[in-house]
Design a protein around this ligand. Structure first.
Ligand SMILES: Cc1cc2nc3c(=O)[nH]c(=O)nc-3n(C[C@H](O)[C@H](O)[C@H](O)COP(=O)(O)OP(=O)(O)OC[C@H]3O[C@@H](n4cnc5c(N)ncnc54)[C@H](O)[C@@H]3O)c2cc1C
Length: 455
């Protein structure tokens, strides 16, 4: 044992993955320090204010399969509320706004049948992958050699069906279909049981929200870890490993010595942390090749949820954008109404250059086309541009372009000496979601604990 170590385990990152890793180690009786670059916990979850209520500017919904997250909320008495979905949905396609019900929008019959066929085919292809090693599937190299856009271009004939699939890809990945590999796309779906659960409200990833917001659960986790074990505003700039432990170089010139480390930062941010010895080649390559998605989340408050009186659920998608998808974000019991939605992929990259006022104008213009003139006069507006967040570098999660998953994916959970890797990107279940972050934190801490018990 290294008697000079300050702690058994140092955790880099105070998002849900890092906090869960810290908690797992504390519960095993180990000494722990969690180091977080921001002046707040929660990473890609974050509170904001809108019309006198707290809103989630980042992660918000929880699905029925997110058992770790639901258990955390239950431990702290944080209740969920059902995402409102009664009524018709809206789709803006080829310049027209139409109402529809069910999962698949109103399209000409040929396109509708093709969407149905394509969805079923994608579900079958995703289910055929091994969740923990999608790169080992028989046709992995072929699927990883093309983007989702190139697959759609050769496999989907109607313009309508292609547009629907593009909308679904943007909604799940906050990226264009041309940015991601078909293998990565299928593996991500596989981790959450398919495409349908990811784009659904009832029974899917958008089924419930937390009263008071998801972001508050990071503080609940921190309380369980012990706030004294967490250092905010502490950037880890380098890690130096030797035969007995790891020295972490911290902002302000401080150092910390740990026997093991869990890195719980997005894959893409690892490149900002120096390493001695250098990061293993495939780990460094994975960090270089896993860019974050592009998303700006916006909430718009109105004096009432006026769409409900017209039989609308508040759910809407648009092929013209830039605000798609949209959901009813009205908090239970509130007098006012809220529409919550996302600017994603290429639209986010174009609008990140605008001021918040400029973005608000574009969002309102889109909502007015969808919901009518009442949508033009909001009570309040709140947004968060995740592209501009230094310690996220984009969101929702890390993506993989062609040839990344097969070439570099196999090392995603492989430790580098005394350093173990967590973060939602490394999860086997619910990759990209808070549930995945918790799973990855548990797994990386378990690896570190097993190694610590060997001395
Ligand atoms: C707009 C938006 C909507 C979303 N919607 C949902 C949703 O509805 N449901 C859902 O489950 N998920 C959702 N997500 C995704 C979810 O928020 C993430 O999957 C999850 O929060 C990731 O947790 P993590 O701990 O893996 O990473 P992070 O939250 O990114 O945590 C990593 C932490 O590491 C810190 N860090 C980075 N580098 C350093 C360094 N060098 N030194 C010290 N600290 C460092 C960062 O500041 C950060 O706090 C959404 C995300 C966004 C942005």
């Amino acid at each position: 044992m290294d008697t000079a170590a300050d702690v058994d385990l140092a955790v880099v990152g105070g998002g849900f993955a890092g906090l869960q890793a810290g908690l797992t180690a504390v519960q095993a009786g180990r000494s722990v320090a969690i180091l977080e670059a921001r002046d707040r916990l929660g990473g890609r979850t974050k509170p904001g204010r809108l019309a006198g209520h707290v809103v989630d500017l980042g992660g918000q919904w929880v699905g029925p399969d997110h058992r770790r997250l639901l258990a955390l909320a239950a431990r702290h008495g944080v209740a969920t509320e059902r995402q409102f979905e009664a009524g018709a949905k809206l789709i803006e396609f080829a310049g027209k706004v139409r109402r529809y019900t069910g999962l698949i929008p109103a399209l000409p019959t040929v396109a509708l049948l093709e969407v149905d066929r394509t969805m079923k085919r994608i579900e079958r292809m995703a289910a055929a992958l091994a969740a923990s090693a999608p790169w080992a599937t028989q046709n992995a190299a072929r699927l990883d050699g093309m983007t989702v856009a190139s697959w759609l271009a050769t496999q989907v004939r109607t313009k309508g069906a292609r547009a629907m699939m593009e909308i679904a890809v943007r909604a799940v990945f906050s990226a264009e279909p041309s940015e991601i590999s078909m293998l990565f796309f299928l593996a991500y779906l596989r981790a959450s049981g398919g495409l349908e659960p990811l784009i659904s409200v009832g029974g899917g990833a958008q089924q419930d929200r937390f009263k008071g917001g998801l972001h508050q659960l990071s503080a609940c986790l921190a309380e369980e870890v012990g706030n004294g074990r967490i250092r905010l505003s502490t950037v880890v700039s380098a890690v130096e490993q030797d035969e007995s432990g790891v020295t972490l170089r911290l902002s302000g010139g401080d150092t910390l010595r740990a026997r093991r480390v869990v890195m719980a930062v997005p894959l893409a941010l690892l490149g900002r942390i120096g390493s001695t010895p250098p990061w293993p080649a495939l780990r460094a390559g994975l960090a270089q090749r896993s860019p974050m998605g592009s998303v700006i989340k916006c909430h718009v408050a109105y004096p009432t949820p006026f769409w409900r009186a017209r039989g609308l659920s508040g759910e809407a998608v648009s092929d013209a954008g830039p605000f798609s998808p949209v959901f009813d974000g009205t908090p239970e019991g509130a007098a006012h109404g809220v529409l919550t939605g996302f600017i994603e992929g290429e639209a986010a990259r174009q609008l990140t250059e605008l001021s918040p006022e400029g973005r608000q104008e574009q969002v309102l213009r889109c909502l007015t086309r969808l919901f009518g003139p009442e949508a033009a006069i909001p009570l309040d507006y709140a947004e968060n541009d995740w592209l501009a967040e230094e310690w996220s570098g984009g969101c929702y999660a890390g993506l993989m372009a062609p040839a990344t998953m097969t070439g570099f994916g196999p090392v995603i959970r492989q430790p580098a000496g005394r350093i173990h890797f967590a973060g939602t990107e490394s999860a086997i279940e619910a990759t990209g979601y808070v549930e995945g972050a918790l799973e990855s934190g548990e797994r990386a801490a378990a690896e570190a604990l097993a190694a610590l018990s060997l001395g």
